[in-house]
Design a protein around this ligand. Structure first.
Ligand code: ATP
Ligand code: MG
Length: 273
């Protein structure tokens, strides 16, 4: 049985594609046969972040339209066993992903032995996003610690509870996971960002992880490497922890504190006060 994990947010630019790439890679690193699908028709970012843009020949829309089969469109990652990328099309036709077409692709992927199907959803609540939400078994709600992002995530939770396939069929509800990204303890301290507890109190779903704001993310995406492969970076380590928690492990949260002040900074502060 394949599990469809939809990575979603409501608000744009919060880190869904970064997180889809990291989580999919992390699951494959843990031995699970995983495919990451780009649902963001027209924008197509996932292949860039995964560093396989030059290998795209056929895409999601080609497969749905019967112009290619799945094995022609799936791209096998060169770094990690068990990991495949399913790129999307750059067409302007946002309705290219039909419900029946997507359902068939997901069924075919499951029959090919994929354990996890990670869907990188577009922002907002237009067609591609609603389609990705509809098929979710589990959902990763990517949220930045700021009011507008939290409010939009709350809206997405409402849609999951009412419009997902599981909800419509009266099955067990979609399992929800909160992933807080671009977290900066310094900005929380300054009162510019919500704290973890504030976000958790509002959304009230289990916390899968907190990913710190990190230059390593931009560096990784510029080189087409999912940041989870950068084991030195805090963001990479935080994504590894999040994947562990997703798989049911207990792991303490890390990287929530302000960086410790060095001796010179302390002396300077005393001198200045
Ligand atoms: N933890 C982080 N630290 C620093 N920058 C980050 C972090 N996570 C994401 N970013 C940056 O934020 C920007 C948006 O990230 P990403 O494309 O993953 O978001 P998205 O939610 O998929 O956007 P869209 O809604 O447009 O699909 C990128 O420039 C990315 O490098
Ligand atoms: Mg994206």
């Amino acid at each position: 049985m394949a599990t469809v994990i939809t990575v979603t947010s409501g608000k744009g630019g919060v880190g869904k594609t970064t997180s889809s790439a990291a989580i999919g890679t992390g699951l494959a690193m843990r031995g699970h046969k995983t495919v990451i699908i780009d649902f963001d028709v027209g924008l197509r970012n996932l292949d860039l972040i995964m560093g396989c843009e030059r290998r795209v020949v056929f895409d999601f829309v080609n497969v749905i339209n019967g112009e290619a089969n799945l094995s022609q469109a799936l791209i096998k990652d060169k770094r990690i066993d068990n990991l495949f990328i399913f790129p999307t099309s750059q067409t302007r036709d946002k309705d290219a992903l039909t419900m029946q077409g997507v359902e068939k692709v997901l069924t075919d992927l499951a029959s090919q032995g994929f354990e996890y199907i990670v869907c990188d959803s577009p922002a907002g609540i237009e067609h591609g996003a609603i389609t990705a939400l509809y098929f979710a078994d589990e959902a990763v709600i990517v949220t930045n610690p700021e009011v507008s992002s939290v409010r939009d995530s709350d809206r997405i939770l409402g849609i999951l509870a009412s419009k997902s396939r599981r909800a419509v069929r009266g099955e067990a509800p979609v399992k929800e996971h909160l992933l807080i990204t671009r977290f900066s303890p310094t900005r929380v301290e300054r009162g510019e960002m919500l704290g973890i507890k504030d976000v958790q109190d509002i959304l009230a779903i289990p916390l899968m992880g907190v990913i710190p704001e990190s230059m390593a993310v931009l560096k990784a995406s510029n080189t087409g490497t999912p940041v989870i492969l950068d084991e030195q970076s805090e963001a990479g380590q935080a994504y590894k922890d999040a994947v562990g928690r997703f798989l049911g492990e207990q792991r303490p949260l890390r990287f929530l504190e302000m960086p410790k002040k060095g001796l010179f900074q302390k002396i300077f502060k005393v001198a200045a006060s």
